[in-house]
Ligand binder design. Sequence first.
Ligand code: ZN
Length: 328
Amino acid sequence: MQVDAAFDCMKHAYESGRMPGGLIITGDIRGDAAELATRILQMLYCQEPQAPCRACAGCLRVRDQTAYDVVWIVPEKKSRQISIDQMRDRLLAVIGQTSFEGGWKAGVIVGADRMSPSASNAFLKTLEEPPPQTLFLLLTDSPQNLLPTILSRCQRLDVDHDVHTLNAVWRSELLQILAAPLPPGPISALATSAQIGALLATMKEEAETQVKAEAKNEVDVDASGDVMSARISARYREQRLALLIALQDWYRDLLVIRSGGAADLLHYPEQQETLRMRAAGLTGGQALANVAAIDGIQRQLERNLSEDYVLAYWMDRIVTGVQAERRV
Ligand SMILES: [Zn+2]
């Protein structure tokens, strides 16, 4: 999604009094994601009627990161982590105080996937019961590394580059696999992982075709050499990651429905009917575990374990909720 479109979503939520307490912004944490965070905050602190004007004192303080009621934290240089001290003494301390200007208080966590486990847990406690008029913005380029419990409590906007977005053809093939009526039990898991495996095989072929076509215009590339196979492999990995993110979005939608979230938070609103039937067959714990299972797939694929094995192993652990669909 472009920054403008993402901002419009939040402006709409703000104007209709439905600002989320936590918002995950996925994208370049020093680029688009930071830009979107700044604009959302300017909307809250702007002193002009046409907020954000981006020129008044309120807007400028947000831009310069000197607004009294907004705390930005970034990973520490040495550890490359967000420490518990930063979380507790800087961010949560300010959030706990009364707002200086009598309005919103905001915490921006840049590189939220880099929170240490103790920082994550401290943050989670506040996220579960935030003070009124509090907004947390979590900027990350690796949302899959956030705790599922944090993911499930936040709304999410992606201002990723296209590389993490599945193209429309594959998206619809994936949805066909996920939304297809399936028999309950182990057969359905096996069928799903086989179908996803087949989709990945097609992606692999297409990555090869694309990369070879692009290289035709270069004079000094040996089409059979190591350079080419490295490029093909890199392209395929990008696309496989996009597929896994889209796959996880399905289970995240089930979790959103299971936890009573609003329909406009869904990644696949057009599949709402199927999603609702399946969510009815899941406990909250199962819905959460499903989201985590896709993280498991991604982690193990990064370690170069066999795709077939990894998919079969994790898909077998996913509770589809299909049982309930059959009963309906
Ligand atoms: Zn302004």
